[in-house]
Write a protein that binds this ligand. Structure first.
Ligand code: BES
Ligand code: MN
Ligand code: ZN
Length: 491
């Protein structure tokens, strides 16, 4: 998608749509431009419509004035309008028009600030995401028709400058969405690692550990997950050194990257198993976050660790009841091979804190079906041993619009994961399934400030209820954690 910022709206013709973002409590001011283009038709149309400028409301007019289409997009009340309100208004406008036949969408944003104009461009950038790699027979008239966006704003230079870091962020989100959308026959651990390795061209350092390397480190927990797979497990270690002091203590992000989760010997039912291609959404988000940090040259030292495996049943697979020894030295009784994400993270978290001694670790994982039962599909679960880190995440959540709800990490549940023969077992039964999963992870954190985001509820949206997130891979976590870094951890 081509996005340009201009001071003039430019010529309008039948292949062009013009959109105005308006506020419900300042509708008259917002309508001025629309009436000028349409000879007053926009205001007349309000009389026969329910459009009031509310959030995500749109009004689509055809055949008025010179433009092929004229669209009003509501952003709610003007005072306190957040960037996400503007993003969603712009993305809604794009959504209405994307397949209309119009080629160019011009946003006339003369009543918005440069920052708001940048937010509008960001919203369209996000909303126009589409994974169409494997469509070969789609007819031209089914494809989105809009190929270019023009943002007309009096302070085009400021808006363009404000958009630069957002464009880098959108590219990070897109990188995550592409990874999450790929089927597991294409995106297996080595291919995932290769795609991450290619980010070295952005200035990231990437190391990839194979099974022999991980065996030498004693990662019996992570490695037991991939024993049934024909694909080799990988650990990708990504470093971004953007702080003034390249040796300053980093912050760290760890992702569950189960490229496909059949459940292993504790095999899942067939219904919906295809969803388990996106069981690498945590690792995908960490990769996209590192992409975004490098893309906007964030002034921070950050580590990204991805535990990449495939969980398959096979004669060599881990059996229920097997005991494995993790890198931490703690032994784990694997009661259920479908509780594999925590086995991957146990070694990835330990390795991260042991090697990098970061200020904090945040892990992201599509860890439990139980978090969907708890929170539905709007919120991800937040678990943390540190109130300050937790509060920072909740603040970043509000700004970015990627919602978190803090869940208890209460030691009382620990007895559910006591094993009869090992240090811990990998499931705690049905009650509080997301909490016992988080408590399991905590045993591999070694006292560092840490937060666990269970994103099984939000990594994949079908249907999506947010115009900036198309159906499918949401890229959840990239905007949230980029916001956390920008707010609290840059030089
Ligand atoms: N990847 C799943 C969790 C999941 C479920 C993610 C649905 C997205 C949508 C995870 O590995 C898993 O299988 N968890 C089990 C744990 C159980 C065996 C304790 C679950 O949630 O059922
Ligand atoms: Mn599983
Ligand atoms: Zn899983």
């Amino acid at each position: 998608m081509q996005i340009d910022f201009t001071t003039e709206r430019g010529a309008l013709d039948v292949h062009t749509a013009v959109a105005f973002i308006v506020f419900e409590d300042d509708l008259q001011a917002g309508m001025k431009g629309a009436d000028a283009v349409s000879g007053g038709a926009a205001s007349r149309a309000l009389g026969s419509s329910r459009f009031k400028g509310g959030k995500r409301q749109t009004l689509d007019l055809q055949g008025v004035g010179e433009a092929g289409r004229l669209l009003l997009a509501g952003a709610g009340p003007k005072d306190g309008a957040s960037p996400t309100d503007i993003e969603q208004a712009a993305a809604s406008a794009y959504g209405v028009l994307k397949a209309s036949g119009v080629a160019t969408l011009v946003f006339d944003l003369s009543v918005l600030s440069p920052e708001q104009a940048a937010a509008a461009a960001f919203g369209v950038q996000l909303g126009s995401y589409r994974f169409d790699r494997y469509r070969t027979t789609e007819k031209a008239e089914q494809k989105p028709s809009i190929t270019s966006i023009r943002i007309a704003t009096p302070q085009a230079d400021q808006a363009r400058a404000a958009f630069a870091p957002l464009a880098a962020l959108a590219e990070g989100v897109r990188f995550t969405q592409d990874l999450v959308s790929e089927p597991a026959n294409v995106l297996y651990p080595e291919e995932f690692a290769r795609r991450v390795k290619s980010l070295e061209s952005m200035g990231l350092q990437v190391e990839v550990l194979g099974e022999a390397d991980m065996a030498r480190l004693g990662m019996g927990s992570l490695l037991c997950v991939g024993l049934g797979s024909r694909r080799e497990s990988q650990l990708a270690v990504i470093q971004w050194k953007g702080a003034q002091d390249p040796d300053a203590q980093p912050i760290a992000f760890v992702g569950k990257g189960v490229c496909f989760d059949t459940g292993g010997i504790s095999i899942k039912g067939a219904d919906g198993m295809e969803d388990m291609k996106w069981d690498m959404g945590g690792a995908g988000a960490v990769a996209g976050l590192m992409h975004a940090l490098a893309g906007r040259k964030a002034k921070v030292n950050a580590i990204g660790i991805l535990g990449l495996v495939e969980n398959m049943p096979d004669g060599n697979a881990t059996r229920p009841g097997d005991v494995v020894t993790s890198m931490s030295g703690q032994t784990i009784e694997v009661i259920n091979t479908d509780a594999e994400g925590r086995l991957v993270l146990a070694d990835a978290l330990w390795y991260c804190q042991d090697r990098f001694k970061p200020k904090f670790m945040v892990d992201l994982a599509t860890l439990t079906g139980a978090i969907i039962v708890s929170l539905g599909h709007d919120y991800a679960g937040l678990f943390s041993n540190d109130d300050a880190l937790s509060d920072s995440l909740l603040a970043a959540s509000k700004v970015s619009g990627e919602l978190l709800w803090r869940m208890p990490l209460h030691g009382g549940y620990d007895k559910q994961i006591e094993s009869m023969i090992a240090d811990v077992k990998n499931i705690g039964g049905r009650p509080a399934g997301s909490i016992t999963a988080a408590l399991f992870l905590q045993k591999f954190v070694n006292g560092l400030p840490w937060a666990h985001l269970d994103i099984a509820s939000v990594a994949w949206k079908k249907p999506s209820s947010n115009p900036t997130i198309p159906d499918g891979a949401s890229g959840f976590g990239v905007r949230l954690l980029n916001q956390l870094v920008a707010d609290r951890y840059e030089d």
